[in-house]
Design a binder for this molecule. Structure first.
Ligand code: AMP
Length: 290
């Protein structure tokens, strides 16, 4: 695999190889098995894969969160070298390559998509996400880009970005990879206090139990159940829990609002110690649990 740090080197490497389709996996590093599942999927489907590692300041609404975000480029490269092939590329740009300083400040309009859930609790977050994804798509010009279903709202917004900008990139959403106790893998898990980590399985356990209630119980009661389960766990507090479809991301308050044929997901954000974690799982009466 080749490691590039400038846009020029990356563009030259891609054009000299002239391989297509180009698969792309954007990340912020501190890689784990969740990221690697996306990389493996791209490697399996494309003759060339680009993996980017860039901690994007524009999407952090909290300065401490940006400063504390784990950075471990050396071990990331080692991990990637076990998956990527000779023709694949790791793109690790410094900030000035992504934001040279002369770019216009673009405010995207996603109507309600970026106003609910993560958007409501992290003002400006999605504007920062689409700013970097849009810039990275311009640089890499991928045919296919792989994103994790763990960030469900992000995937929906990126699909809308592609639609608004008439891009040719196909967006693939990949399943959530979990730890043995069900905790969704996340770079932020590294920041959890050991005591908190020990109890963090409660998030997915609660989501799974709540999803079993969807056919028989009112949404208000399901929400109350989730709040109780999380808040009674020492060190954990619920930020939000919503049930929303993955197209319009419209949280429902009653089951009669659920549009037949759509897929609904229970989406949760929790403060675990000082660390903010998110997760989601499907919430449909018709889903057969394995
Ligand atoms: P990040 O480095 O957190 O920006 O994540 C980069 C990509 O990996 C995003 O598309 C995430 O949704 C995806 N991702 C992160 N964690 C997981 C996970 N546990 N399972 C699957 N995909 C994930």
């Amino acid at each position: 695999m080749l490691i590039c740090s400038t846009v020029k080197d990356l563009r030259e490497a891609l054009s000299s190889k002239a391989l297509s389709p180009v698969g792309f996996v954007p990340t912020m590093g501190a890689l784990h098995a969740g990221h690697i599942s996306l990389v493996e999927k791209s490697v399996g489907e494309n003759p060339v894969t680009v993996v980017s590692i860039f901690v994007n300041p524009a999407q952090f609404n909290d300065r401490n969160d940006l400063e504390n975000y784990p950075r471990m480029t050396e071990s990331d490269i080692k991990l990637l070298s076990g998956v990527l092939r000779t023709d694949d590329i790791v793109f690790i740009p410094p900030e000035k390559e992504i934001y040279p300083g002369n770019e216009p400040e673009v405010i995207f309009d996603f109507k309600t998509l970026d106003k609910v859930m993560e958007g409501a609790f992290r003002p400006g977050h999605f504007n920062g996400v689409v700013k970097v994804v849009s810039r990275l798509f311009d640089i890499v010009m991928p045919d296919v880009a792989y994103f994790g279903q763990k960030d469900l709202q992000q995937v929906t917004i990126i699909r809308e970005l592609v639609r608004q900008q008439n891009r040719k990139t196909r967006i693939i959403s990949c399943p959530v990879v979990r730890e043995p106790d069900g905790l969704a893998m996340s770079s932020r898990n590294l920041l959890l206090d050991p005591e908190i980590r020990q109890h963090a399985g409660i998030i997915f356990k609660t989501l799974s139990a709540a999803s079993e209630l969807i056919c028989s119980t009112d949404i208000s009661e399901i929400k109350e159940f989730v709040r109780e389960q999380i808040n009674k766990t020492p060190g954990f507090s619920l930020e939000y829990f919503e049930i929303a479809d993955d197209l319009e991301l419209k949280p429902v308050t009653m089951k009669t609002e659920m549009v037949p044929g759509r897929r609904y997901f229970g989406c949760i954000a929790v403060r675990a110690g000082g660390i903010r974690l998110i997760d989601n799982t499907e919430f449909n009466c018709s889903v057969i649990k394995g």
